[in-house]
Ligand binder design. Structure first.
Ligand code: MN
Length: 230
């Protein structure tokens, strides 16, 4: 059983297309999950939504920035810009996204997919987070592998009975590597195997696209993307 998880597209349709092509060519998954943050912060939110919504074989969860777009009380230049480009159908699709997705591959062996952590949409799990910080977020979680995004840095970490997999970001990597990322999780009937795959895309083009579409503070947004780090 091969499961692909990708996350944090953030309105970068060029990276999304590259990753979807790579998944189709190289991964041939039995199940496909997307761990949230679809549209905000990138230059092409509507194009990204259109492509994501066309994936009928993909199971989604909601990310924190998806929630910001849906919350009419929240305003930043970036959120207002993004909201103005999305259709009612796009917003309804985002509104319908659940907090989590699950896949049981064998008795006692289950994959849980969430955006940031199993408890909320905001608290990031970082490669260096102390065990004592992570444990309360996983209280009651029975899945043996938990895949999430949000922090945009790929890593795998075993904590107690949980295999933590940060699938990182398709559209906005933050680990000093300008390539997109997705993850292949393979259940071999006994244990899980995890593999992060990197996918190059034309990041220079996407950086210029912020300016082309009139994104708020476009030069800063472009530089943040190109830096590929915190
Ligand atoms: Mn996020």
């Amino acid at each position: 059983m091969r499961v692909v998880v990708f996350s944090d597209v953030h309105g970068n349709v060029v990276a999304l297309e590259a990753v979807l092509d790579a998944i189709r060519q190289d991964a041939a998954p039995d199940a496909l999950f997307m761990a949230g943050d679809l549209a905000l912060l990138g230059p092409r939110p509507a194009e990204s939504l259109a492509l994501l919504r066309s994936l009928d074989d993909t199971r989604f969860v909601m990310g924190n920035t998806d929630k910001y777009i849906l919350d009419r009380g929240v305003h930043t230049e970036e959120i207002d810009f993004t909201r103005s480009l999305l259709s009612i159908d796009d917003l309804n699709f985002m509104e319908s996204l659940p907090f989590e997705q699950r896949l049981e591959v064998a008795p006692g062996h289950e994959l849980l997919v969430v955006h940031a952590n199993p408890r909320d949409l905001e608290e990031p799990i970082k490669p260096g987070s102390a065990d004592a910080v992570i444990r309360p977020l996983f209280e009651g979680v029975t899945a043996d592998v938990v895949a999430f995004g949000h922090y945009h840095v790929p890593f795998v970490r075993q904590l107690d009975g949980w295999l933590l997999v940060d699938v990182a970001s398709v559209g906005m990597p933050r680990d000093n590597d300008q390539r997109a990322v997705y993850v292949i999780l393979t259940w071999d009937g006994r244990v899980w195997h995890v593999e992060h795959r990197r996918v190059p895309f034309d990041m220079e083009y996407v950086a210029r696209d912020y300016v082309a579409v009139g994104y708020p503070n476009a030069e800063e947004a472009a530089q943040r993307l190109l830096a590929a780090r915190y």
